[in-house]
Write a new protein. Sequence first.
Length: 140
Amino acid sequence: MKRLDYTLFDEIEGKAKDSPRRRANYDLRTQAMDEDPAWCDTSQRILNVLMKDSVVPVHRHTNSSETVVELRGSGDEVFYDDLGKEVERITLRHGSDCAAAQVPRNVYHTFIPLEDGTVIFEAKDRAYDPETMEVLECRE
């Protein structure tokens, strides 16, 4: 059993503060694999801790939708069209009436943390694969 609590969030935040990317994640699948090496979990379930100055490139996933749940802090989930024009922005805030968003497959998006130590839970159908994630190069 692993508690996903503020003690863990603070531990990951310490790594995020020291990271050049100003973010760090905790892979929940690895936890299951450590307990049973024969386990093969092909999903992606991570905690991502971000500082306000962390930059997540605008990207899309070609083989999976994505669920983002705000567990601590706040941030904007921002959606773009294929030309890089912003089409929607949803502010996610822990404990508010909107603490989660669903990102459809093939939709360009990013997450902009609004507070240091912001924690999001991310779930996708498949594990991270750079071959199926496209970064949007042109933005207005």
